[in-house]
Design a protein around this ligand. Structure first.
Ligand code: SAM
Ligand code: SF4
Length: 342
């Protein structure tokens, strides 16, 4: 079991496959950034599989592949095929302290640009589910937010993911005042009509341009209020455990689900179970970390499995108690969301 110094159990690993992206979402990577200097610094698939295997043997139950845009990484299906073996109990027998650990959930977050033609093969390779980003249902607004004219492709991706059984298909929308807050109810309606699990996320200071402005954050409470006025919502669970979202069903029993993620106005760090691995092999213990831990060099130095495990345990012990977005002395994270892996 991986436990930090505050007693939080770490069960959820986010793996960034690349820092590159073909979208230019203004809240993430508006101007684009040069990709990591050298190809050699990016973890190979073999290294990712080895690291994930170790993490699973230590109690990680969920792995989410992300980026940048993870589907830009060539042959990602092959990586998924290998990672999905971690879901099989007997291979390898990941035994620690008398407990047998295995991966329970393998997911991927994508902007959806190429998912329509790949959904089926991703499912066949062993992917359980996908999250697709969709911040607007209006063509012009979608383009203004993401920098690309790809709304139709993303809508087709959502359909293809459902057809392929990558379910429950989850859709992420970052809500930014003056940009898409007028679409909150439309997006909720879209979730109802298409039986989707829609996640509304507060805008966080993780954009590469450092233009985040508190005034543009639409609070989770306001998002709830606006949806609830039109489509009354029913809270699914009184507690959310280590989940980031408060989840609601529609009170009239319509299909679909609403999740509200409010890291800025309702911090949930006390229950955090997440850890992140960047494309260049750095462990980040928090989205807002200002330091990273070089697992890649440890691995490449020829360290034994035991030494790597010790390194991981020590790093996790240094996980920050919370983020400091609301403190006067807040220092932005050392990298933007596209590098860290959302
Ligand atoms: N490219 C993929 C995508 O867009 O789904 C995966 C990577 S992206 C960094 C992962 C998630 O982070 C997306 O749903 C995106 O909307 C969210 N995100 C990016 N920047 C954010 C910010 N500043 N605040 C809140 N969420 C953000
Ligand atoms: Fe690319 Fe995803 Fe960031 Fe948008 S949110 S720029 S699609 S990495």
């Amino acid at each position: 079991m991986l436990t930090d110094s505050y007693g939080r159990q770490i069960k959820d690993l986010r793996v960034s496959l690349t820092d590159r992206c073909n979208f230019r979402c203004f809240y993430c990577l508006p101007n684009g950034e040069p990709p990591l200097a050298r190809k050699e610094t990016i973890l190979t698939f073999e290294e990712i599989v080895e690291i994930c295997g170790i993490f699973v043997s230590l109690g990680i139950e969920k792995i989410r592949l992300t980026g940048g845009e993870p589907l830009l990484r060539k042959d990602v299906e092959k990586l998924i095929e290998k990672l999905s073996k971690l879901k099989i109990r007997s291979e390898p027998p990941a035994v620690a302290g008398g407990l047998i650990y295995q991966l329970k959930d393998l997911a991927l977050t994508t902007n959806g640009f190429s998912l329509e033609r790949r959904a089926e093969n991703l499912k066949k390779a062993g992917l359980d589910r996908v999250t697709i980003s969709l911040d607007s249902l209006k063509k012009e607004n979608f383009k203004r937010i993401t920098g690309v004219d790809k709304l139709d492709e993303v809508l087709a991706a959502i359909e293809a993911a459902k057809r392929a059984g990558l379910e429950p298909v989850r859709v992420n929308a970052v809500v930014v005042r003056g940009t898409n807050d007028d679409e909150i109810v439309d997006l909720a309606r879209f979730a109802r009509e298409n039986a989707l699990s829609m996640r509304f996320i507060e805008y966080m200071p993780l954009d590469s341009a450092h233009e985040w402005d508190r005034k543009t954050v639409v609070s989770g409470r306001e998002i709830f209020k606006r949806i609830n006025e039109i489509f009354p919502l029913a809270l699914k669970d009184q507690t959310r455990g280590s989940e980031t979202a408060w989840k609601y069903s529609f009170a009239d029993s319509s299909e679909g689900e609403i999740g509200i993620i409010a890291p800025v106005t309702e911090m949930f760090c006390g229950a955090c179970s997440r850890i992140r691995l960047t494309a260049d092999g750095q462990i980040r213990t928090c989205l807002f970390s200002t330091t990273e831990h070089n697992l890649r060099d440890k691995l490449r130095s020829g360290a034994t499995r035991e030494e790597i495990i010790e390194f991981i345990r020590e790093v996790i012990f240094q996980k920050e108690p919370r983020h400091y977005i609301n403190d006067a002395q807040f220092a932005p994270a050392s990298r933007s969301m596209s590098f860290i892996g959302g």
